[in-house]
Design a protein around this ligand. Structure first.
Ligand code: ADP
Ligand code: MG
Length: 261
């Protein structure tokens, strides 16, 4: 699927900024005029909640896309942000892992539903905090993987596990899979450990690490309870500025144009 822009946002650790990145990157791309669809692939449904999709509006979900006859068009719904759609998730997605474990094509379910996506659309897949069947489905469907990495002591160890999974998927179901990059998140510049981890990560991984680092910022953590990306909740916050800058770098890696806002 060479012309598609399907990016899995993955890290098997929870709480590292996957969902926050998915929501704010999605919003920034949408603000820049790019038609973007965020697929919430986490049974916790944080991306759905964070974009204001209440439980009663989750009638067509990613579960229906994976195991039912639904197409992307029937499960993607509009958000309050122009150009940004979401495929919401509900807790029943958790059972998909078990239900599908014996299906012959179990790792290619999402890929088969994304085959016909138009190349002008950007698809971001917010993965759950595990390297199970759901994340594998995302990696098999994607052109590349974006890894949010929280600057903390064991971060690089976890990253090597994730990169092993990427390699396995590349050797089997999806030879074209690339690593889009690693985004350092929740960085605290007053903290020596954050700086040390960033230095180690840059020394080990070089240009794979995005130049922009997302700082720990209280406005970012407040935004989900207002059901908005921080880009909308407080566009003037440090967190918003960092996510806008990151989005420009991200778009460049996809050969897309995004004006710095
Ligand atoms: P994941 O999807 O990897 O589990 P989240 O994006 O949900 O991680 O982030 C975990 C928690 O940290 C959430 O409560 C979120 O609001 C908060 N958070 C994420 N990024 C930041 C940040 N840059 N500054 C402050 N809080 C953040
Ligand atoms: Mg999440």
């Amino acid at each position: 699927m060479p012309d598609h822009h399907i990016v899995a946002i993955a890290n098997q650790k929870g709480g590292v900024g996957k969902t926050t990145t998915a929501i704010n990157l999605g919003a920034a791309l949408a603000f820049g005029g790019h038609q973007t669809i965020l697929i919430d692939l986490d049974p916790q449904g944080n991306a759905s909640t964070g974009l204001g999709i209440d439980a009663d509006k989750r009638t067509h979900t990613v579960y229906d896309l994976l195991v039912g006859p639904d197409s992307l068009e029937t499960v993607a719904q509009d958000t309050n942000i122009e150009n940004l759609q979401i495929v919401p998730a509900t807790p029943d997605l958790a059972s998909a892992d078990v239900e599908l474990s014996n299906a012959a094509d179990r790792t290619r379910l999402l890929r088969s539903k994304l085959q016909k996506v138009e190349s002008n659309k950007i698809i971001l897949i917010d993965c759950p905090p595990a390297l199970g069947l759901l994340t594998v489905n995302a990696m098999v469907a994607a052109n590349s993987v974006l890894v949010p990495l929280q600057a903390e002591f064991y971060a690089l160890e976890g990253l090597s596990q994730l990169l092993t999974s990427v390699r396995q998927v590349r050797q089997t179901a999806n030879p074209g899979l690339r690593v889009n990059g690693v985004l350092l998140t929740m960085s605290d510049y007053r903290n020596n450990l954050s700086q040390q981890v960033e230095a180690d990560a840059r020394a080990t991984l070089g240009d794979l690490i995005y130049p922009t680092v997302i700082p720990r910022n209280v406005r970012v953590s407040e935004a989900p309870s207002h059901a908005k990306p921080v880009l909308v909740y407080d566009p003037h916050s440090k967190g918003s500025a960092a996510y806008r800058q990151f989005a420009v770098e991200f778009a460049a890696r996809l050969n897309l144009n995004l004006e710095a806002a």
